[in-house]
Design a protein around this ligand. Structure first.
Ligand code: AQP
Length: 327
């Protein structure tokens, strides 16, 4: 039986953190045997907020090395940089003529990012979900593994599917999100918000943080939020969730029963979590160091990935343009 196609992307906006990892990337690795996986460093998305052009190639390469270090295998999956396959932007323009502005105005990511970057609310930021729909549908994707924050954008992709099929004849299938347990990891400094690269280094644990940094960040994580005496605070819940997601089941159960008995010391929970995270990230960090000494090889993997992706993209674009009367 033919394997289904799966696509997902990550922005090169900074260091990859455990929210990205548990929410999406860990799944990317596991799904490689079941699907034809296409993974992209989506550099065209990340230019919609402030970035440093002089350092951009380095940031893109670092993101790709992180993906290889967690276990993305270029022999099994296509790994490439979005801007190296020009059909993404071409398809975005075609889809722009299908998407009502009102749909884009509803997007919470746009509202959040526009509030965060008041000095730079550009058309690209507004159009982000249309480019994302193009990224996904360019490969006639069936499945998309993402964190919960991306679900609204995937609904918009399915709106594009419906509108395209209605107007030009059936071509795309509806896409299905794949959401896993760690779909929403919260910030360490502001646990009411999701952990995010752009909220600054203290709110996240980067995959490459050294053990002493991991200890420091977790030990100073905010725990007491919300009214006293209320149900478990968002900060404490987040630390428990992380402990569980990193596989420390026995410690999780022991500390949870201490919490239930009101004997839990937060320092104990934090210290257990810090040591667990350090151990779990060690093999990823070791692999990452090896890649660091082999950057030419990584660049070659990405170039090869772009060739493979473009081959599929060219074929599908020709069909899409034919349907739209452009060929
Ligand atoms: N806190 C999170 N919990 C679970 N999943 C998350 N993801 C992001 N944050 C969390 C998932 O990670 C994947 C890649 O994300 P991205 O880099 O493309 O964009 P993002 O969602 O905007 O990630 P950040 O860290 O918040 O970056 P910035 O601050 O640059 O915007 C996605 O599948 C996402 O769901």
């Amino acid at each position: 039986m033919n394997k289904k196609t799966l696509f997902s992307g990550i922005q090169p906006t900074g260091e990859i953190h455990i929210g990205n990892y548990l929410g999406a990337l860990k799944n990317w690795v596991n799904l490689q045997s079941q699907y034809n996986c296409i993974y992209s460093v989506v550099d065209l998305h990340a230019i919609t907020i402030y970035y440093d052009p002089a350092k951009y190639q380095e940031t893109i390469l670092n993101t790709a090395m992180d993906l290889l270090a967690i276990g993305i295998n270029p022999k099994k999956s296509i790994l490439f940089v979005q801007s190296q396959v020009p059909q993404h932007t071409e398809l975005c323009w075609l889809f722009n003529s299908l998407v009502p502005i009102a749909e884009l105005e509803r997007m919470t990511q746009f509202k959040d990012k526009a509030a965060e970057h008041k000095e730079n609310i550009n058309a690209g930021l507004f159009d982000y979900p249309v480019l994302q729909a193009a990224d996904i549908l360019l490969y006639k994707t069936a499945m998309v593994p993402v964190g919960q924050d991306q679900l609204q954008h995937l609904e918009l992709t399915n709106t594009v599917v419906k509108k395209f099929n209605n107007k030009f004849g059936k071509y795309f299938e509806e896409i299905k999100p794949i959401i896993n347990e760690g779909a929403r990891i919260m910030s360490l400094t502001n646990p009411e918000k999701k952990m995010s690269k752009s909220l600054g280094p203290n709110n996240y644990i980067a995959l490459n943080d050294a053990p002493e940094i991991i200890r420091k960040k977790i030990m100073s994580a905010v725990t007491d939020t919300g009214p006293a005496g209320a149900a478990m605070s968002a900060g404490v819940k987040n630390l428990f969730d992380l402990l569980k997601l990193f596989g420390a089941t026995a410690a999780y159960e022991k500390l949870m029963s201490a919490y239930d008995n009101k004997t839990l010391k937060y320092a104990e929970l934090k210290s257990e979590l810090a040591e667990t995270v350090i151990v779990q990230l060690k093999p990823i960090q070791e692999k990452r160091k090896k890649l660091e000494n082999n950057k030419k090889q990584v660049i070659k993997i990405l170039a090869n990935g772009a060739v493979q992706a473009e081959k599929i993209a060219q074929k599908n674009m020709a069909e899409i343009k034919q349907k739209m009367g452009l060929l």
